[in-house]
Design a protein around this ligand. Sequence first.
Ligand SMILES: Cc1cc2nc3c(=O)[nH]c(=O)nc-3n(C[C@H](O)[C@H](O)[C@H](O)COP(=O)(O)OP(=O)(O)OC[C@H]3O[C@@H](n4cnc5c(N)ncnc54)[C@H](O)[C@@H]3O)c2cc1C
Length: 256
Amino acid sequence: MTAIVRTSWHEAEVLENRRWTERLLSLRLKSEPMPFKAGQFVTLRLPVQVNGETELVAKSYSLINAPHEDEFEIFYNIVPNGKLSNALAVLQTGDHLEVSQPAKGFFVLDEIPHVPDLWLIATGTGLGPYLSILKTAEPWERFRKIVLVHSVPKASELAYADLIAGFAARYPQQFRFISCITREANRDGLETRVTDALTSGALEQFAEAQITPEDSHVMLCGNHNMLNDMKALLAERGMQRHLRHKPGHITTEQYF
Ligand SMILES: Cc1cc2nc3c(=O)[nH]c(=O)nc-3n(C[C@H](O)[C@H](O)[C@H](O)COP(=O)(O)OP(=O)(O)OC[C@H]3O[C@@H](n4cnc5c(N)ncnc54)[C@H](O)[C@@H]3O)c2cc1C
């Protein structure tokens, strides 16, 4: 029998609201410590002015800090006319909001079957949960090869480059990072959508690894278009969504 855990709300103080670009930010927060699994998300809640009325708006955000780190961090983008993301973007150091506990979600390594190769594929802020996962020891102990793919429109949106370069320096044989920039030149990666890179073979060539049902598990995080297109392409290779009662090869987290 699964115990029902009630959501509780805890005050959080803004430590930093870092702006990577005009629309891409990271929020560092101090709040009540809690255990969670890398890859899980919390809900942030804030009173927001909507048509002259104050509305309490709550939305989900992946934690990008590792469970052993004291400060919470989320990576988010300003959605045009988005209620909460626009309100988050104007928060300043010392401001307060609410964070839900416990963290939730199944986009975690516990749910991933034992295979040699792990592919972590993100569009935009979908990078976040992978950073949390890669900051822990488990993926490095479990997988032969880890390929992180980050697809963004512009080079300036390749956030956390230093952190990712640190993984590459520490695990040069095991780790491969591939950036896919869709609207600009890319000196260090691919100049195409991740789906096109998979179709053309460029993705696997760059990774020096093959995506196969026998050897690979693919995690997908971001917008529903990328998730659906990737799932369709992977289905052509005999790869299916992974479920606890029906083991497969693909695990997804859909942001919108
Ligand atoms: C499990 C989960 C985890 C999530 N984690 C993150 C995260 O780590 N970082 C993050 O930035 N977002 C994340 N999201 C999305 C987030 O919860 C909000 O939906 C997003 O911030 C928009 O909220 P809003 O109130 O500003 O916009 P709303 O007023 O709710 O939405 C306006 C419109 O924008 C669309 N939209 C929603 N999100 C986006 C987006 N990112 N880009 C473009 N259009 C969008 C919606 O479909 C909607 O039609 C997550 C969602 C889920 C379900």
